[in-house]
Design a protein. Sequence first.
Length: 530
Amino acid sequence: MNRKKMLQMLSEVEQQREKYRLGSGPEEVKKQHKKGKLTARERVERLFDPGTFHELDLWSFPLRTFFEIDERFSPGDAVVIGYGKVDGRTVMTYAHDFTILAGTQSTVQHAKVTKVIETAIKMGVPYVGILDSAGIRVQDMMGEPGPRPPADGSGLHGSGSFMYSPPLASGVVPQIALMLGPQFAGASYSPILKDFLFMRQGPSYMALVSPTVIKEVTGAEVTYEEIGSAAVHAEISGTCDLVVESDEEGLDRCRKLLGYLPSNWKEKPPFVDLGDDPERREDELLDVVPLDSSQGYDMRHLISLVVDGGEFFEIKPFYAQNVITGFARLAGQSVGIVASNPAVLNGAVDMNSSDKEARFIRFCDAFNIPLVFLADTIGYLPDVEQERAGIERHAAKVMYAICEATVPKITVYLRNCSGNGELAMGTEQMGVDLVLAWPAARIGMIDPELAVNAIYEREIKTAANPEEIKMSKIEDFIKKYNNLYHAGARGLFQDIIDPRETRPLLTKALGWFAGKKEERPWRKHGNIPL
């Protein structure tokens, strides 16, 4: 008798489960599909390995608000949460369900999102937030009051809970935000607190203030696309790390990124053998960099010649393009690549590229990912507006990040590194473990005219032919001091290498430094010059 009753109860549960999983029903699903978007559960199923996703808190409902909205069927309170496997490794997720109340965010939804983040921290696994929401649900803010949260913020389920938890997870587990729809008003802070933000071109946009409010306050007429589109945040604000064209591409790229990252700060990134010979020499590296430092070239192509299988996962490709950042593998090991881009501003370092580089370095250091710097830069951008806006403070972020990082660090000077550019690409004195130079590299060069004027000022002034003496001194200075061997004598690098040996030497060096341990004074945290 028990068996029959239990089977009947299980059948009823499954019927209810299916009803809840349909959300607001087939018509709302059709509307989502008509917009070219997947539903929350379709997105989650594509993110995870087939059959591995386990949903949590499906049965939750919104709090009573005493508004008409209470009469709607809103299972799960417009968010799907749970865990599954990505390439065999556990990952947590939450996904806004736009088919239910436009994915609006509420007390119950925030409790579920907070549970994902806090559980990810306890389990030591990454989490992915899939965003598609019309913002905070106004009715919920005026509904029944919930319990007063503890003073330490734990268990915080109001509108601040999804702000409190990501900083706790920062540097503990990787955090990825995948924005496949809108994100309005105060909810816009949340994805920026993650380590990486992907945005879909078209349906996703993010803004703190609506065009209506902007018009009321300033008189300016703008659209959401003009102030918060994926293109705006990828190219201008620098908030977006990667732009995708579809839900499918975003989810696939998210899986790809996770493959370069460890599950938490205590682990090393997964080893992935792409079958590329660690000893591979590339003859093309003899030709790819023009000897004339005024000529640009394709740094991304150079990177592809060095890394495993030519695969490079670039971060912020459209922002501050004078520096290139991203992930690759060398002999199966994940590495973070920081490269000058001579094709843009001759690789000059400015405020935006400093911020981009420093943030990337700090992420890699937090998650045990070795760093490889490929240097070819004229140094810090000589610009009046940059000086007035505080380029020194931004430049200091890079120096701070390099010096703070304790992961293996390798710098290769390819061609030019003048104007104190070495400070943005790492030196041995800044804690870089191995510094190499190609034969045509120009490192630590001093302006010969300025140097001669300072050193030989009296001799030149008192000479019968001052201009002739000055030119002679300049020529002599260049021969003696502005050459690679003098830079080596000053300890600015440790060896001059054949460009074709770049990949073999990098892979060997990563093996040499694999057991690196560097003790630092204990502290709560440093105070980077933000």
